[in-house]
Design a protein around this ligand. Structure first.
Ligand code: ZN
Length: 203
């Protein structure tokens, strides 16, 4: 099949529409690659989101994106074989409106706090409300931290002052483009550089 036909399937804004239903005779990607995910960067290298690797390949073949990092897996079209991209970057800048604040979720709190208990450093297993909910504490970024079961149980409905405990730093809402996609899915370790996440233990 000619590449021009592949390119025609990528019309419209990237990553925002459903992939067209693949025709098995025309699908450019091997089955294993179609279920993989690719990090999509804006032309400015700002992370935009995650798309299927099949969609990423369609974008690359259409000239709408270029590979930034690729896997060892090759996908075979009729005329070419190219590595399945791990990260792609749009060739043209797109402007995307974003919510003002990162949605609060268990995964996002764990990621912010490195998946460790803020009180003792043990692996975190739960979310703790610093000022207890039973005493009017809010379920907001500045009042939630990752905690281990033991600390959470010990703390119960007491405040830090009552326990003589302290926090390494006040909890804050995370900011930055990388955070927009956290809380929705697991992070591929190969995306971390582009997401500004240094510690491989925080996914
Ligand atoms: Zn703890």
């Amino acid at each position: 099949m000619p590449l021009t036909a592949l390119g025609s399937t990528a019309a419209g804004p990237p990553g925002r529409q459903r992939d067209p239903r693949p025709d098995p005779r025309r699908a450019p990607v091997a089955p294993a690659a179609t279920i993989a995910a690719t990090l999509l960067l804006n032309a400015t290298y700002e992370p935009l989101g995650v798309v299927s690797s099949r969609r990423a390949i369609v974008l690359v073949l259409a000239g709408k994106a270029e590979p930034v990092d690729v896997s060892d897996v090759l996908c075979h079209a009729e005329l070419i074989a190219l590595p399945v991209p791990v990260v792609v970057r749009l060739t043209r800048f797109v402007r995307v409106p974003y919510p003002a604040q990162v949605p609060l979720s268990r995964r996002a709190v764990f990621t912010r706090d490195g998946s460790t208990c803020v009180y003792c450093g043990a692996p975190a297993t739960s979310i703790d409300h610093v000022w207890p909910r039973s005493r009017g504490g809010t379920h907001t970024w500045d009042n939630v931290v990752a905690a281990c079961r033991r600390c959470n149980h010990t703390k119960a409905d007491r405040s830090l002052a009552e326990l003589g405990w302290s926090l390494p730093q006040p909890p804050r809402a995370p900011s930055g483009s990388a955070w927009r996609m956290l809380g929705h899915r697991a992070v591929d370790p190969r995306w971390r550089t582009w997401l500004g996440l240094a510690d491989p233990g925080t996914a």
